[in-house]
Write a protein that binds this ligand. Structure first.
Ligand code: NAD
Length: 471
């Protein structure tokens, strides 16, 4: 195995960091050639192991759709690596900046310099993508990396370790395995930058720990991403797009539509349209290879108790089990649920759902719907369904969210040219494509004095030219 560290208290983590830091001091950042080779090499390595990755993720989830793994874990990683491979030299180019007249003929530029050794912590829900996509930006920018994947996906994390070991030496990229205790020790290391993807609650702890060493953080967190269906948009079409986005990975997606806002009076019609869209896409659940299981018993129980809470509080609970199958809780395939008449103080509207449960909430006016979104913690994603340009402009201007997809769900996240990140409680900073390169680079300002220069005004005795400055 490749640089596995299991006990944070034995000091292995800091040894690992020290090895990377010495390599940095001796050899400097990864050369341009090495970055190109590594980005290409990692894309090839992922492609060589596609079936193994699909099997590892399937095993970790109990059942994970192979197509979902290819579509959301492997394809975006390979596309991102190749995009970075083609463009990172352009991203690296220093940018010339104009110099104030009184300092001419000096020149100015901004240089993008690797930060050094960076830490990356990944969650379980897209265990390959959320480990390798941040790694792509960090390598494109020339850094060395320590990566901690999730303990909840042990088969995938072991495979990540093996695949990374085929491309990188441990003093370039090292994989560290372990749970929350290792995560805690990891966040106490004096990295040059730390990117964390996970829950908002843990994100707070990560930021607190990193602050002791003044380690800058990028936090990719969760939250309740709303979908808003405007009155002009066909309900059936919106229900279909929302069903596809919601039930991908059985709702275990940080940008899954968490709840939907529909014009008052259309809640039941939406719920029925949703039911029929779900039944079309998932005619069966139990043995359906496209329908993913809930990651573990703890999350399955959490989702079941969320539905029980909604029922207790008087919400209408509609389970969608198109073939009427008996679902064994041990297999953790959970039937999709649509909730109407949901009280706002219930758990379904207060917690991130992260599973196949969709609350449907009514609104009277667009302004009120946008306001109700802004009153909650800032979401990671916002989905708007409307063909009316005024509605689109108003909502885009008003609603604060990490990213937006108009008339669809999830797809903004797989565009390498768009930054991906949250705002407020859904996170800070961004990555993907050029945004990832910038996150893992320092924009260094360079003032370059000319060989022949007057620079008289900035040296004593100041005299009259100085007086003219503020005239
Ligand atoms: P989590 O916060 O429980 O764990 C994430 C990672 O942090 C794991 O590797 C874990 O071992 C580690 N960890 C746990 N406790 C730690 C601590 N105290 N200090 C340091 N590290 C610690 O999250 P999860 O359950 O794996 O993932 C689900 C959450 O992640 C959801 O809230 C989801 O919305 C969010 N998420 C966000 C994004 C995004 O891009 N913004 C993507 C996927 C998931």
């Amino acid at each position: 195995m490749h640089a596995i560290v299991t006990n944070p208290f034995e000091g292995h983590l800091s040894d690992c960091l020290e090895a990377q830091r010495s390599a940095w001091l001796d050899e400097g950042p990864l050369s341009v050639e090495r970055r190109a080779e590594a980005l290409e090499g990692l894309a090839d390595a992922v492609l060589r192991h596609v079936d193994e990755f699909a099997e590892a993720v399937r095993q970790d989830f109990g059942h994970r759709s192979v197509h979902e793994t290819k579509l959301a874990d492997l394809y975006p990683v390979v596309a991102g690596l190749r995009h970075a491979r083609r463009r990172f030299r352009r991203w690296m180019k220093p940018r010339r900046r104009p110099i104030d007249w009184m300092f001419k003929p000096a020149t100015g530029r901004v240089m993008y310099q690797p930060l050094g050794v960076v830490g990356i912590i990944a969650p379980w829900n897209y265990p390959v993508q959320l480990a390798l996509a941040p790694l792509t930006g960090a390598i494109a920018a020339g850094n060395r990396v320590m990566l901690k994947p999730s303990e909840l996906t042990p088969a995938t994390s072991a495979l990540l370790d093996k695949v990374i070991g085929e491309v990188f030496r441990p003093y370039e990229v090292a994989v560290v395995q372990g749970g929350a205790d290792v995560g805690q020790a990891f966040t106490r290391l004096k990295f040059d930058h730390l990117l964390f993807t996970g829950s908002t609650a843990v994100g707070r702890q990560v930021m607190r720990a990193a602050s002791d060493n003044l380690v800058p953080v990028t936090l990719e967190l969760g939250g309740k991403s709303p979908a808003l269906v405007a009155p002009d948009y066909p309900l059936e079409k919106a229900a279909e797009r929302i069903a596809v986005g919601k039930l991908f990975n059985a709702g275990q997606t940080c940008i899954a539509p968490d709840y939907v806002l529909v014009p008052r009076g259309s809640e039941r019609r939406f719920a029925e349209a949703y039911r029929s869209a779900v039944s079309r896409h998932y005619p069966t659940l139990r043995d359906n290879p496209d329908y993913t299981a809930i990651i573990n018993a703890r999350h399955y129980d959490r989702l079941a108790s969320l539905v029980a809470d909604a029922r207790r509080r008087g919400a209408r609970v509609d389970e969608i089990n198109p073939a009427g199958e008996t679902l064994d809780p041990a297999a953790r395939k959970m039937a999709p649920v649509v909730l109407t008449e949901v009280p706002d103080d219930g758990r379904a509207m207060q917690e991130e759902i992260f599973g196949p449960i969709l609350p449907v909430v009514a609104y009277d006016r667009l302004e009120e719907a946008c306001r109700s979104i802004n009153e909650r913690p800032r979401p990671l994603a916002f989905y708007l369904f409307s063909h009316d340009s005024e509605t689109v402009e108003y909502s885009l201007e008003r609603v604060i969210a990490g990213g937006v997809a108009v008339n669809d769900t999830l797809l903004h996240c797989v565009q390498e040219e768009l930054p991906f990140g949250g705002v407020g409680e859904s996170g800070m900073g961004a990555y993907h494509g050029e945004a990832g390169f910038r996150t893992f680079s320092h924009a260094k300002a360079v003032f370059h004095q000319a060989r022949f220069n007057a620079a008289g005004m900035t040296k004593p005795p100041y005299g009259r030219p100085m007086e003219r400055l503020l005239a």
